[in-house]
Design a binder for this molecule. Structure first.
Ligand code: CTP
Length: 394
């Protein structure tokens, strides 16, 4: 198993549906999976290795005889978290069922303990054939998820079960198989991430230590669970997250503008960003010379959540509180003042948490319930916050 739980091997069998797996590969990447493609030699008649290399960003080999010194079948197999074999032809299913290892893909399947899903695509007569059905039953008995093919028109004039299912259906089956429910499908999730910067002059600003990791983790988790996700990002080094809309801002005022434009249409707002509480009264157009750089006058920034509280309809609002003392009492006060439905409070005494992959704190619900988490990853917290938010959304 890999450290990220996101390594997928996409096995391609030698059927015409191979071209449809190019779309499947792209959508898997949208969900944050790192996909390595392993085609059977026969499948290269339909889609060539160059296509898979370009789309996946990884080298593509089909035989164990290539790059022998790397012992590729063992290395790839060890790193893989999941296999999706799509399309799987009758021949490939037969080879998998009897445990053949006559190309790289079948070697990998034998050598890896990762969970495996098979998406058959073939002529209806081949699908219905007793031999294929027995092979499918064997794979299912061994724990493979073998999808049922769709029924419809095949490449020629024929009609029946054997069509490669739509990408969306394959993705839903896969996410369900690996335990990611699509419970946020149809929901709009708006997240803020990072820390605002308030300009003093063209080169200086007042900022904070937020890395944006928690907000980005929430956005990705929501996306994996089927939500439509927008993230207002402030000063985080992230250019693109496939499948997620990023709105880049610098300052608290710009963040408020982006939130006001997107709040009405969202179901859940998660304010993970650290917003500067004040900004310089004057933002100098020219760099201030050091002799005159002696004092900065400040005016408060708007409290963004408090502004949104007045516009709140049925939305669930999730806030964060960074505290150094009186954690629960201070967080409850914020929850009330900002119209929040739940708040995650963490102890930032000593600058802890910022930039880390782990977090430690408490989730406080509107009914006063306090859920204390030990040290958990920001990904785990992301899912936990989304669970509570969804429960309150009803
Ligand atoms: N927040 C906000 N607008 C601000 C400041 C903070 O919407 N101007 C949001 C943050 O995104 C966070 C929550 O309010 O979700 C609490 O942030 P925190 O910095 O802990 O609280 P403050 O309201 O700034 O209060 P204080 O600094 O006095 O603790």
């Amino acid at each position: 198993m890999s450290a990220t739980n996101r390594e997928v091997i996409l096995g391609i069998g030698g059927g015409i549906a191979a071209y449809k797996s190019a779309d499947l590969l792209r959508r898997l990447q949208d969900f944050g999976f790192d996909v390595t493609v392993v085609p059977t030699p026969a499948s290269l008649n339909f889609v060539g290795a160059a296509t898979w290399e370009a789309l996946s960003g990884h080298p593509v080999t089909t035989q164990v005889w290539e790059n022998v010194h790397e012992v590729r079948h063992i290395k790839l197999g060890k790193n893989a978290d999941y296999f999706i074999i799509a399309p799987a032809t009758a021949d490939l299913i037969a080879r998998l069922a009897i445990g053949r290892a006559d190309d790289l893909l079948t070697n990998l399947v034998l050598a890896s303990e990762a969970r495996k899903m098979v998406v058959p695509a073939m002529h209806p007569s081949m699908w219905r054939n007793a031999a294929t059905q027995a092979n499918v039953a064997t794979l299912r008995a061994r724990g493979f998820l073998v999808m049922e093919p769709d029924t419809g028109r095949l490449t020629g004039e024929d009609f029946g079960p054997g069509r490669f299912p739509e990408t969306q259906k394959i993705i839903e089956n896969f996410l369900g198989f690996i335990g990611i429910e699509q419970d946020l499908a149809g929901k709009q999730v708006l997240v803020t991430a990072g820390g605002t910067r308030e300009a003093i002059d063209p080169v200086r600003f007042i900022g904070n230590k937020s890395s944006g990791k928690q907000g980005i983790a929430i956005a990705k988790a929501a996306k994996r669970r089927g939500a439509h996700v927008k993230v207002v990002v402030a000063n985080v080094l992230v250019q693109e997250i496939p499948g997620i809309e990023l709105i880049h801002v610098e300052s608290a005022d710009q963040m408020l503008e982006a939130l006001l434009a997107n709040f009405d249409s969202c179901d859940i707002l998660v304010m993970a960003a650290a917003v500067a509480d004040a900004k310089p009264t004057i933002q100098a157009n020219e760099k201030i010379k050091k002799n005159s750089f002696t004092q900065i006058d400040l005016v408060p920034n708007p409290d963004l959540l408090a502004v949104l509280k007045d516009k709140k309809g049925g939305q669930i609002m999730v806030g964060f509180a960074a505290e150094t003392s009186d954690l629960i009492a201070s967080a409850e006060k914020k929850m009330d003042a900002k119209g929040l439905d739940l708040i995650y409070v963490n102890d930032v005494s000593g600058g802890a948490i910022f930039g880390e992959d782990q977090t430690e704190g408490m989730i406080i619900l509107k009914n006063g319930e306090v859920v204390a988490n030990g040290k958990i990853s920001k990904d785990t917290l992301a899912n936990s916050l989304l669970d509570y938010a969804l429960k309150q959304l009803g």
